[in-house]
Write a protein that binds this ligand. Structure first.
Ligand code: SF4
Length: 689
């Protein structure tokens, strides 16, 4: 809307940073952003964090890509959209003709809208003919989704932020919630302070939520599965489980209980370093609470056993009856603003939109009818497998949207050397990222304020964003670019708006069947699954679990050692994560003056003990070397870390200080999510200061 008599325009949008999905109005005058005003967001009400409030001037950054670029020798030259699109289509056709459709790969973006992720997977499957399609949830929360699929059948948060607020006990595992999901953290802090909510935090680092916790657990790195299983075994053995819930709503109890045999209190304590008394205290907190919520994030998932630990969380909630009612359940906190939606709308190698399984012929036949084409039937490659396939020569072309994969994937030397081997590399972004340097064609995209569409937040909540600004220069919304490439490949698509794309997706994908733009008007929202009558699902599993029997499945587990541990040479364990001010590597937040001036660079947190041992002060410069590479960073002494555990935030714009110059290619066994959190290094002091 426009304010009467002025050129000020107010536009409802959804935050483009984290998965909390705060919505608000942005006030603009021309291209100038005057302010962000939260008023009526279904998740955030009147709250935002510093990024949502002040992190928008990247929109007008001089570094925005404003015209398509095409490789010219060692550099790039500006080109027209027509030339860029026809070059891409010609090379895609040639590569498909020579090596088959599976020689091409597609990676959608969690920064894009649902409609754009839907189109990207449709381009891969229905136009090119490959299931090589993925998105960046592969780097973060795929293991959480796997843990939930195994046990309760739906890979989303069990309820809403209001359920987290209402729980009697919140357990936060491997999540720096106050910095990574600030508005959710505020709700927990309020309930904890004012409503008697109990709080248990398990982490390596004593961050803000750990400081506030009633119990802070500091397990040895990579051993969360063990303490979770030990506590679960103690609860079951001592008849503290919810027997009625187990009898009526859960299957596979016997096999599961047998798998808990190794996790007696003594062994659990020895492996995790948590005392037996504390384990019992945690068990008692859980069984005496009125509703238990467990929130978790990358500290759980980015391990070689990330899916298994996520499964152990869900097993514990099942044993104690904490599903299928308000104020309890599982809450994997999604990272990017639309990482949930990118997966929901089918940018995954083995799932069609709505998590419909590619392995089910009925599903594939339905989508073939919908799109009027034959579809490829075998699961495609995920991000991690695509990098290996480029190295082995079987993947020759990659179309990558909005992902600085050359900086954020693990073991970046391995990833960047793969990019150099591609015969066609198309990068679509708003900035000339590290990854774009390796591209053959760079396409300038429009960020969220310059387009329409929907995002889905961590609560499965679909919300609309409206266009506040015209696309800068010749940049275009991603859905228009994907449509152009599809049509240049013969798709004959006639989408006139994101609404038409959503209408198509909701006609076919069962969990979105009642989704319409009308029902999402303004600050209205819908939490999937949405029934044909338009009713949505704020709390899952009220009528049973998503398995044919309607019962949840306990899932037996075993503990596997982390893929990399410290030894005499690589004697420091590195943990990593976000900062409040910067979003991930900082591609957008470093372009926002107010934010980058507060936190200009990255740093290494070291414990006071380690600082004393190595003669370090604040500002000392050290080199960390892993088995893959080295980085140079300055030191910040902090009692948030202990002993030989150090913390390196991921905000870095260069290989020189990027955490992923150090990380390995080890992955979660079930999902190929990189084991970013399993990293041992040695330290050399370059300047003691
Ligand atoms: Fe944006 Fe997340 Fe901050 Fe909300 S909490 S304003 S969604 S970054």
């Amino acid at each position: 809307s426009r304010l009467r008599g002025s050129q000020i325009k107010k536009t409802k949008t959804v935050c483009t940073y984290c998965g909390v999905g705060c919505s608000f109005e942005v006030w603009t005058k021309g291209r100038k952003i005057l302010k962000v005003e939260p008023s009526d967001g279904p998740t955030n009400a009147v709250s935002t964090c510093v990024k949502g409030k002040f992190g928008w001037d990247y929109i007008n950054s001089k570094e925005r890509l404003t015209t398509p670029l095409i490789r010219d020798g060692e550099g790039f030259r500006e080109t027209s959209w027509d030339e860029a699109i026809s070059y891409i289509a010609r090379r895609m056709r040639e590569i498909k003709g020579e090596a088959g459709a599976d020689a091409l790969g597609f990676i959608s973006s969690s920064k894009c809208t649902n409609e754009e992720s839907y189109l990207m997977q449709k381009l891969a499957r229905a136009v090119v003919g490959t299931n090589n399609i993925d998105n960046c949830s592969r780097y973060c929360q795929s293991p959480a989704t796997m843990g939930l699929w195994r046990t309760v059948g739906i890979g989303g948060d069990s309820g809403s932020v209001t359920d987290i607020e209402a729980a009697g006990l919140v357990i936060i595992i491997g999540s720096n919630t106050a910095e990574s999901h600030p508005v959710i953290a505020t709700r927990i802090k309020r309930s904890h302070k004012l409503k008697g909510q109990r709080l248990i935090v398990a982490d390596l680092r004593r961050h803000e939520m750990a400081e506030r916790a009633d119990i802070f657990l500091h397990p040895k790195p990579g051993t969360d599965l063990v303490w979770l299983s030990g506590v679960t075994r103690y609860i079951y053995e001592n008849n503290l489980a919810d027997q009625e819930f187990l009898t009526s709503k859960v299957e596979n109890l016997e096999n599961y209980i047998a798998s808990l045999e190794p996790f007696d209190l003594e062994t659990t304590s020895n492996i995790t370093g948590i005392s037996k008394e504390t384990l019992i205290e945690v068990a008692n907190e859980i069984v005496s609470a009125k509703g238990v919520v467990i929130c978790w994030a990358m500290g759980v998932t980015q391990h070689n056993g990330g899916s298994d630990t996520s499964t152990a969380i869900s097993n514990l909630l099942l044993i104690t009856g904490n599903y299928g009612k308000p104020g309890c359940g599982s809450y994997p906190l999604r990272g990017h603003n639309n990482v949930q939606g990118a997966s929901d709308f089918g940018s995954m190698p083995a799932m069609m939109p709505g998590y419909e399984k590619l392995s089910d012929p009925v599903v594939v036949a339905k989508w073939e009818r919908q799109w009027g084409v034959d579809l490829p039937k075998t699961a495609g490659l995920d991000n991690h497998e695509m990098v290996d396939a480029i190295h082995s020569g079987s993947l020759k072309a990659l179309y990558l949207i909005g992902e600085d994969m050359g900086l954020v994937d693990a073991n970046i030397n391995h990833v960047q050397s793969a990019f150099e081997k591609l015969e066609l590399f198309v990068v679509q972004d708003i900035f000339f990222s590290k990854t774009a340097q390796f591209a053959d064609v760079i396409l300038p995209a429009s960020p969220s304020l310059e387009k329409e569409g929907t995002f889905t937040n961590t609560e499965r909540r679909i919300q609309r964003l409206y266009q506040a600004l015209e696309p800068l220069g010749e940049s275009r919304p991603d859905w228009k670019i994907i449509t152009s490439i599809g049509n240049a490949l013969g798709a004959n698509w006639s989408y006139g708006s994101p609404e038409e794309i959503m209408d198509e997706a909701s006609r076919c994908a069962e969990i979105f069947v009642g989704v319409t733009y009308g029902a999402l008007e303004g600050f209205s929202s819908l939490q999937w699954p949405v029934k044909p009558d338009g009713s949505d699902t704020p709390v899952l599993f009220l009528d049973g679990f998503a398995f044919p029997s309607g019962k949840a499945q306990l899932y037996p587990l075993e503990f596997i050692e982390p893929s990399e541990v410290t030894d005499d040479e690589f004697d420091l364990h590195v943990n990593n994560g976000r900062l409040l001010e910067h979003f991930h590597e900082g591609n957008m937040t470093y372009k926002s003056q107010g934010i980058s001036s507060r936190t200009p660079g990255t740093f290494l947190e070291v414990s006071p003990e380690l600082a004393k041992e190595r003669n370090l002060s604040d500002g000392s410069v050290v080199r960390l070397t892993s088995r893959r590479g080295a980085v140079k960073v300055s030191v910040l002494i902090s009692d948030r870390v202990q002993g030989r555990e150090v913390y390196l935030p991921m905000n870095s714009q260069s290989n020189e200080s990027a955490i992923n110059a150090l990380t390995s290619s080890h992955t979660d066994r079930a999902t190929h999510t990189p084991a970013y959190k399993e990293l041992a290094v040695k330290m050399e002091v370059l300047s003691a200061k």
